[in-house]
Design a protein around this ligand. Structure first.
Ligand SMILES: [Zn+2]
Length: 483
């Protein structure tokens, strides 16, 4: 597999450091609020990376941490008059709920900062011992950035650039404005742990270095693009200065999510949590939408984009449903399939895998899925092919391939009829459609048809159309969808 490495800024062949095994560490959330769509994207990108590497036969060990003590958590707890631990527990549970709905697999390990205090303190002590860090009289511990030669290698920033914007805040006892905190002395009323430097709590960066240490060197360290600097740069400095080994072979970062072409922020009022979105859209539609673009490109969330995603899913699930129906017959003819169709069909799984092997190009992999759906639809439309043994084999193969897609992408794994029914309900909810009234009109129309009262049946069809509902008559009865 070719994977883009932020360290070096180019695609490189991914070769696991230990044969057959890969250690992946991704920075998780700070648990002080509900997850937004940017968190969803990051979680999905690494979910698909893990799934794909597992599908390729690797034994993947996947770690994603929780930051469960932090300024933001303490601030929120104080604002709400709650215990900071309770705030962190609330939003860690919400993270699991949201990610489960999106089909994000649980990590193999989910370490929390507060469970790693001894390891964090030991790492601070080793860095002080090595002269890489120092404790101040008031009990903070800082990393000496200027004396760490490789600093800036991930983000490409030079010390001079950083120096220009750096200031020591009043009351800080830093030797140099560039130095960053490993351990923070507790302010009154804040949570604290006893330490050799007095009562305090860990800085944000040090926790990831402590939690990833058992697995060094990592094959892949990942996170959102916003973590490259300073978080990941600082993780590298801490871990590599303390262990004299590489922290991670590959650094993988996903791009931003914008909302209607604007940066998402609370102040712009366009902030979208996963929960906001899932009130109006199916989780699988959000998953499909976010995987529809290459993970390094920015992606623009919009209702139009989500509608496109729904249509894409509808196309695949409709073909899966029709294929299942076609496979219900018991007698089959000997007609062969056209050679070109056979050839194209045989080549597509390799093209799907190749797309994911090319820096996890999910957009292209989805394109390969649609090429397969087109072949299936062509086959289903031609009776001679649909009832042939060769056609049956292809349709069975289609269903098996859909299980592969679900394993790699986490898409197309639901029961097709159930998905299509959920989609219809979700669309109806968005249009505030009166579902009870629709059922009533459909029932009346079925009765009219039974008594061959076609004028009334047509009038009822028009009434439904007025509500935005189109009715179709099939051998199994009426079906409907939103116009
Ligand atoms: Zn981290």
């Amino acid at each position: 597999m070719q994977l883009y490495n932020t360290l070096g800024r180019r695609k490189e062949e991914f070769i696991p450091l230990r044969p057959g095994k890969a250690h992946i560490y991704v920075c998780g959330i700070t648990a002080y609020d509900y997850c937004h769509i940017g968190h969803a994207r990051s979680a999905l990108v690494f979910d698909v990376l893990v799934r794909h590497l597992r599908q390729s036969g690797l034994d993947v060990h996947f770690v994603r941490n929780f930051t469960d003590v932090d300024d933001k958590i303490i601030k929120r707890a104080n604002e709400e008059g709650r215990d900071w631990r309770e705030v962190a527990e609330t939003y860690m549970a919400a993270f699991h709920e949201d990610m489960d709905r999106l089909g994000v697999l649980r990590a193999d390990e989910e370490p929390r900062a507060t469970n790693y205090i001894p390891q964090i303190q030991s790492l601070c002590a080793r860095l002080i011992e090595a002269g890489r860090a120092y404790a101040t009289p008031s009990g903070d511990v800082y990393f000496r950035v200027r004396e760490y030669g490789p600093y800036g290698k991930l983000s490409g920033r030079s010390l001079d650039d950083l120096q220009a914007g750096a200031r020591v805040a009043p009351g800080e006892e830093k030797e140099d404005p560039l130095d960053f905190a490993l351990w923070k002395a507790a302010k009154p009323g804040e949570p604290f742990w006893e330490s050799p430097w007095g009562k305090g709590r860990p800085g944000w960066h040090i926790e990831c270095s402590a939690m990833s240490e058992p697995y060094l060197p990592l094959d892949i360290h990942g996170g959102g693009q916003d973590l490259v600097f300073p978080h990941h740069e600082n993780e590298i400095a801490q871990s590599e200065a303390a262990c004299s080994c590489e922290l991670a072979r590959f650094w993988v970062h996903n791009g931003f999510v914008q909302i209607n072409a604007e940066k998402m922020s609370k102040s712009l009022g366009n902030f979208k949590t996963i929960r906001d979105i899932l009130a109006s859209w199916l989780p699988e539609a959000l998953r499909f939408f976010l995987l529809g673009k290459h993970y390094r490109s920015p992606i623009d969330f919009s209702p139009e984009g989500m509608e496109e995603a729904e249509k894409g899913l509808q196309r695949v699930y409709t073909s899966l449903l029709e294929a299942r129906k076609a496979l219900e017959r018991t007698s089959w003819k000997k007609t062969p399939l056209p050679a070109a169709m056979q050839e194209e069909w045989a080549a597509l799984p390799a093209a799907f895998a190749a797309a994911l092997d090319d820096d996890l190009n999910t957009a292209q992999a989805l394109g390969q899925v649609f090429s397969q759906v087109r072949i299936v639809n062509r086959l289903l439309e031609e009776k001679a092919l649909r009832v042939s043994e060769a056609g049956r084999d292809l349709l069975q193969d289609f269903l098996a391939r859909a299980r592969q897609w679900e394993a790699s992408l986490g898409l197309f794994g639901q029961d097709p009829a159930a998905f299509l029914a959920d989609l219809r309900t979700m669309r109806a909810t968005r249009c505030q459609l009166d579902l009870g009234r629709v059922e009533e009109l459909l029932h009346m129309r079925a009765e009219a048809r039974a008594t061959k009262d076609f004028a009334r049946s047509d009038a009822l069809r028009d009434a439904l159309l007025q509500m935005g509902v189109s009715v179709r008559d099939t051998p199994e009865g009426q079906t409907w969808d939103m116009e």
